[in-house]
Design a protein around this ligand. Structure first.
Ligand code: NAD
Length: 284
């Protein structure tokens, strides 16, 4: 079984560089998918309140029988819980939403709690981030971070004395490699986590450039893309509900892409997103 490397987050916590994502997995399928992933060797699971599968995810974790402390569990705060992002009610709403996630997951802590989406038109994150800092301080969230933030949004949190987010989880795959944002993260000690790391498995995995690298190593295009993430220092959380693919996506050690291979993967970049541009989105 693969030994997946870890990234050390800015608070010293080790996070596996490969995890299992469960977006668009129905709650009643999530337990089986998560259990299959853990049995295949994954130790990091990525869910969110808005995926409406925290109950199934928690059940899958328990059914797999691996001690909770050997797992790295991420969930995310959805925006609709915090109508007033800047007032004191924002802080209370975050803590309520967090408790509800723990309850659904059936655990008493998460390893990583993220603000799922920014709200660029609603100003600072004062009391929201204060609640995240409280959760980090009391250990109910071992690390806290954000998702879909750009440099301007991160700037709201990088003020004097505020806890620096441990992670920013963003759309990132060979079509959309986010080089500038990654450089910004590196400058500020924020780890980069890739969502849709396989580009949602559509055209990307059929790219001839990837097929060539895959054939050279006797691997699949998905394994090559995930290997590219690992060697780029990025955390990746591919999703599948197909057991053979869940296993395939975990077998990404035991081979190394050389500089030419890395360049071949990077050559497919188009600069186009699959998902929405977070800077123009108001989720309420
Ligand atoms: P992904 O890039 O992981 O692609 C998943 C799809 O690719 C699968 O549904 C399947 O169709 C295909 N696939 C998977 N393995 C394959 C293989 N080995 N060969 C061929 N096809 C394969 O896309 P995703 O699910 O969008 O992203 C992964 C995870 O990222 C999500 O489950 C979720 O946890 C997270 N995510 C977060 C956000 C956010 O806003 N923070 C947004 C989207 C996704």
């Amino acid at each position: 079984m693969s030994t997946i490397p870890s990234i050390t987050l800015n608070n010293g916590l080790a996070m596996p560089q490969l995890g299992f994502g469960v977006w668009q997995v129905a709650d009643d399928e999530a337990a089986t998918a998560v259990r299959t992933a853990i049995e295949s060797g994954y130790r990091s699971i990525d869910t969110a309140a808005v995926y409406e599968n925290e109950v199934g995810t928690g059940r899958g974790i328990r059914e797999a029988g691996v001690p909770r402390e050997e797992l790295f569990l991420t969930t995310k705060l959805w925006n609709s819980g915090t109508k007033d992002w800047s007032g004191t009610s924002g802080r209370d709403a975050v803590l309520r939403e967090f408790d509800a996630s723990l309850e659904r997951l059936g655990t008493d802590y998460v390893d990583l709690y993220l603000i799922h989406w920014p709200r660029p038109m609603h100003g600072s994150y004062g009391n929201i981030w204060q609640a995240f800092e409280e959760l980090a301080a009391d250990g109910r969230a071992k690390a806290v971070g954000v998702s879909n933030f750009g440099p301007a949004e991160l700037g709201h949190l990088l003020g004097a004395g505020s806890l620096v987010p441990a992670v920013n989880q963003v759309e990132l795959h060979p079509y959309f490699p986010q080089q500038e944002l990654r450089a910004f993260h590196a400058e500020h000690g924020v780890a980069t986590e890739a969502w849709s790391p396989l580009g949602q498995g559509k055209e990307l995995l059929g790219e001839p450039a990837l097929a060539k690298v895959a054939a050279k190593h006797g691997r699949t295009p998905a394994q090559v893309v995930l290997r590219w993430h690992l060697q780029s220092g990025v955390i990746a959380i591919p999703k599948s509900v197909t057991p053979s693919r869940i296993r395939e996506n975990f077998e990404v050690t035991g081979f190394e892409l050389d500089a030419e291979d890395m360049a071949a993967v990077a050559s497919v970049a188009t600069g186009r997103r699959i998902g929405p541009d977070p800077t123009g989105f108001d989720w309420n």
